[in-house]
Design a protein around this ligand. Structure first.
Ligand code: COA
Length: 294
């Protein structure tokens, strides 16, 4: 099975999609052998993973391989990094965070293939949203279509002054496929989301902050430092509490889970933790808590 994947992967890159199911069936070590990241740079700085989508010649458009690499990262590889504090997602080059899904891969799609592509993209972005550590998008330029959807799957967005957010799919006669119609409504409300989705208008970083889509808009050379400082601040809190907050907040938007129940469960779980005992003792003893994540 593995050799089929290698053959197609190395001989005919666009055909890689044909064996995605096969790939998904492989074990972690088999997948890892087959895949060195080609479209993603992964660096670790100060215990923080910086993931750079690295296809600047195509404004970092998300092709299928890039999705596979994001999947492997958030599903498995990031969990192997000892002491990881959080993740920053950004784009290579001067112009773009991510300028969307790779449009050149759309031409060969039939309706079933398109639905599969969309559902797969949603599953992968859900993994980012559900990641147990903070994931922050450093939006350094165009964040369009799938790029805006990727940024929205992250927990927090720090935009540069040159950032441009938008869902221009309607210009192509299609709709967003990776959660854009849902998360944009969650962040900025139905009316404004409908306006952006229907007109394909772009908004800049400052407007994104005003609308609640981004949390900060800063000069470009300051955004990674800001992302790091947010992650390092969160890293001082109780890791189990951070994980349960992400879960409970996400539960608000999940139709099959009651968010209030998720909060009750998380609260109960943490009440018995050493971290909670340590946090409460530290408060009473007027010292800084030393959380162990247990
Ligand atoms: N998919 C594939 N290739 C893309 C791409 C995408 N989503 N976005 C940009 N590119 C490629 C361009 O085709 C071009 O390649 P080329 O040099 O081989 O011709 C290269 O990236 C640079 O883009 P270009 O359009 O020349 O840059 P620009 O500064 O004039 O315009 C944008 C920038 C972002 C406004 C423009 O590229 C654009 O509209 N991209 C598509 C955005 C979109 O519709 N996204 C949603 C997809 S569903």
């Amino acid at each position: 099975m593995a050799s089929i994947v290698i053959d197609r992967f190395s001989k005919d890159y666009p055909e890689f999609i044909a064996c995605l199911h096969t790939f998904e069936g492989l074990s972690y070590s088999e997948k890892r052998r087959l895949m060195d990241y080609k479209n993603i740079l992964l660096e670790i700085e100060d215990g923080i993973a910086i993931i750079t989508i690295n296809r600047p010649e195509a404004l970092n458009a998300l092709n299928r391989l890039t999705f596979s690499e994001l999947d492997l990262l958030f599903d498995q590889d990031l969990n192997q990094i000892q002491g990881l504090k959080g993740v920053i997602v950004t784009g290579a080059g001067e112009k773009a965070f991510v300028a969307g899904a790779d449009i050149t891969e759309f031409s060969s799609l039939d309706d079933a293939g398109a639905m599969e592509l969309s559902a797969r993209g949603q599953r992968i972005f859900d993994k980012i949203e559900q990641f147990h550590l903070p994931v922050i998008a450093a939006v350094n330029g165009f964040a369009l279509g799938g790029g805006c959807e990727l940024a929205m799957a992250c927990h927090i967005r720090v935009a540069s002054e040159s950032a441009r957010f938008g869902q221009p799919e309607v210009n192509l006669g299609i709709i967003p496929g990776y959660g854009g119609t849902q998360r944009l409504v969650q962040y900025i409300g139905k009316s404004k989301a409908l306006e952006l989705l229907l007109t394909a208008d772009m908004i800049d970083g400052q407007s994104a902050v005003v609308l609640g889509l981004a949390q900060y808009c800063l000069p470009k050379d300051e955004i990674i430092a800001k992302c790091k400082s947010i992650i390092l601040k969160i890293a001082k809190k109780g890791p189990l509490a951070v994980r349960e907050i992400i879960k409970a907040v996400n539960a608000y938007y999940q139709k099959d889970i009651d968010g209030f129940d998720a909060e009750v469960r998380g609260f109960g779980l943490l009440a018995n933790s050493n971290d909670f005992k340590e946090g409460a003792s530290a408060f009473i003893e007027k010292r800084k808590a030393n959380f162990k994540g247990s």
